[in-house]
Write a protein that binds this ligand. Structure first.
Ligand code: NAI
Length: 283
């Protein structure tokens, strides 16, 4: 049986995933700001490094997998921009960077990051903020987003999820990850009925926005359904799954982007690859 780290294990999808893994007999190290094996605040650098170290300590240097589900929704108030970016982006990337050697030690570890279908369905997320996160510059990302005033926290939420998905896809294919047997993949859920969504539904204005959003299959997803996907993506079925972002959103992404995806790789990138291949084959 394996050893798995699960962040956000006290509530919602993280909790459902931790319960499922435990029921299957695995050793789960839950990380959350309350009611967890490792209690830590992932919004601060110190909280993240303490959490990463405490998990490695308990795991004894070997992790068979991880689920990164801790996250903060688009809380209102410009003061929350930094919090959202810190938990949703650095709370994933810094932990995974710290855990990489332990994941590599397992030889065929699997990681599931919980992104969101906001990655593709939220309009106007400034690319500058996404780039700042990918550069590791929290202050620049916060400054950029605060210019958007009342929309700042929604855009911070969408931006944090776009950045984490791009970080994942960039890293998933690299020798340090793919070559070390670690499979990095993401889930992009739509509206899932967890305490995070319940808080949004409790505010009439937000509830109207959530309920008006097109979901072709109707209704909300359940944390248990998403946990089933996570467990599947942690299984051997994911040996050949690498850098994928799997949308489980009742069809919203397909509704908006039916003809926008798949799109082919830009020709200049294929040409560059062809040249490298040609030069390599002539050596
Ligand atoms: P939830 O609110 O039920 O659970 C989130 C967990 O993260 C909580 O246990 C919370 O304590 C923990 N957390 C938040 N801030 C933390 C911090 N500073 N330090 C440590 N732990 C912290 O939410 P839910 O819905 O289960 O969300 C899980 C993930 O799914 C999040 O990343 C969220 O952004 C994402 N998501 C949720 C959707 C939904 O409709 N519920 C839709 C798309 C994505």
């Amino acid at each position: 049986m394996g050893v798995y780290a699960v962040t956000g294990s006290a509530s919602g999808m993280g909790r459902a995933a931790a319960e499922k893994l435990r029921a299957d007999g695995h050793n789960v190290i839950g990380v959350d700001q309350r009611d967890a094996d490792v209690v830590a605040d992932l919004s601060t650098p110190r909280g993240r490094s303490n959490a990463a170290a405490a998990v490695l300590d308990r795991a004894d240097g070997r992790l068979d997998g991880a689920v990164l589900a801790a996250g903060v929704g688009p809380l209102p108030g410009a003061e929350n921009v930094g919090l959202i970016l810190s938990v949703n982006y650095f709370g994933v990337t810094e932990l995974l960077d710290a855990w990489r050697p332990a994941l590599a030690a397992a030889k065929k570890a699997k990681v599931v990051v919980v992104a969101s279908n906001s990655t593709t369905t939220m309009p106007m997320v400034p690319n500058r903020a996404v780039r700042a996160l990918l550069d590791g510059d929290l202050d620049r990302a916060v400054r950029t987003l605060r210019l958007f005033r009342s929309a700042a926290t929604s855009l911070a939420y969408g931006g944090s999820k776009i950045a984490v998905a791009r970080w994942l896809r960039r890293n998933a294919v690299r020798p340090e990850w793919a070559g070390a047997g670690i499979r990095l993949n993401a889930l992009a859920p739509g509206a899932i009925l967890t305490p995070l969504l319940e808080r949004q539904l409790a505010t009439p204005r937000e509830a109207r926005t959530v309920r008006a959003f097109p979901v072709p299959v109707g209704g909300f997803g359940s944390p248990d359904q998403l946990a089933q996907w996570m467990v599947f993506m942690l299984s051997d079925a994911a040996d050949f799954l690498c850098g994928s972002v799997v949308f489980v959103d009742g069809g919203s992404d397909a509704y908006f982007r039916a003809d926008d995806w798949p799109t082919r790789v830009p020709t200049r990138r294929l040409v560059r690859y062809g040249l490298q291949f040609w030069r390599g084959s002539r050596r």
